[in-house]
Design a protein around this ligand. Sequence first.
Ligand SMILES: Cc1cc2nc3c(=O)[nH]c(=O)nc-3n(C[C@H](O)[C@H](O)[C@H](O)COP(=O)(O)OP(=O)(O)OC[C@H]3O[C@@H](n4cnc5c(N)ncnc54)[C@H](O)[C@@H]3O)c2cc1C
Length: 374
Amino acid sequence: MIERDEYKEFRNAVRRLTESKIRPYASQVDLEARFPEEALDAFKELELVALPFDESIGGHSGDVLAQSICLEEIARGCAASSLTLMVIWAGLVPVAKHGSPKLIEEIVKPSLEGDVVASICLTEPHGGSDVWGAKTRAERKGEEWVINGQKRFISNASRSDWYTVLARTAEDSFGIFAVHKSDPGISFGKLESKMGVKGSPTADVLFENCRIPDYRCIGDPNQGKFYITESLAYTRPLIGAQALGIAQGAFDAAVQYIKEREVFGQQVARFQMVRGTIGDLATKIEAARQLLYRSCEAVDNGEEEARVLASMAKLFCSNVAMEVATEAVQLHGGSGYLNDFPVERMMRDAKIAQIYEGTSEIQKLIVAKSMLSN
Ligand SMILES: Cc1cc2nc3c(=O)[nH]c(=O)nc-3n(C[C@H](O)[C@H](O)[C@H](O)COP(=O)(O)OP(=O)(O)OC[C@H]3O[C@@H](n4cnc5c(N)ncnc54)[C@H](O)[C@@H]3O)c2cc1C
């Protein structure tokens, strides 16, 4: 188990925070499909928004393993809350990594206190799997960039203050840009009605002659492809962590239920077939955890295999989450089908991990390409 004492302490702190301040609202957030404001407030107690950022700018220099542990523990109680935090990080990290000191001062530093919400805008209507087919364009006009295009399925959309946007700057090159919600020309589509992670708002973000000052181009206007590829290798383990947390949360709920529930005059947990399921699921969860932590270690150490391990971890953890959550519903019998029990929400939430940040099929292609060297 790759876990030093300092991670254990951190895990316990996030677990306590989740149990006391986040889990109690998870069902309500889901049923009302509303933004988890309580979670955003709770994050401030442990300064979780600041976790991935360098100490030099006021962050906590938490590595990807620490970030994964954090999201895993939050997702164990509420997947939508873990997604909210993950997306804030995904929006801000490229600015902190590649932005000018002025951008870091204006966007990242004030965000670390935990009141600012951010989004990452990659997907477009023509197909999220084809990221480099993006049609959104950014043109430099005098002292400004003018952005035109449409982004689809953007998490935190309309609630976010800042949007990190991938846009084509020439035929074959991309840049990333920081757009504020009050910039002229940005608008939002209707909120999507979703199967799961209902507390996380999802909507189109539209740019119609959206004008932003020159300095809001993040880093080199022709290096967007490199910046995003680099950031996906880091965010994919985080989706794996979210999935693992959902799996663990569903497993825990199922174990509790089958110990309490009696059928045929005995605890459901006494049935041999049920014990087989429990043995299987526990093994898969632990295998997922080990692969995930190994991928985090590879990203943290800058290892060559980091990208492929990140894809493997995302693929495997999300499949395990879907399987465990579905079995957890089954182990609850009819009760599992009711929204009175958390496993119903967890099963719906688990599905998204197989879809966003590159579908399972895309992860398989990345792994196969690396194995076949072409
Ligand atoms: C709730 C939610 C939140 C999201 N949040 C964000 C966000 O914050 N920011 C953001 O940018 N995006 C976000 N997304 C978008 C998400 O990343 C995309 O939905 C995802 O990448 C898939 O793209 P698509 O939906 O266009 O599917 P498509 O690309 O249309 O794919 C359709 C199907 O074809 C398969 N497929 C595609 N290409 C291949 C291939 N080469 N070989 C085999 N199969 C293939 C896919 O696996 C899939 O099964 C979010 C999506 C959802 C639903």
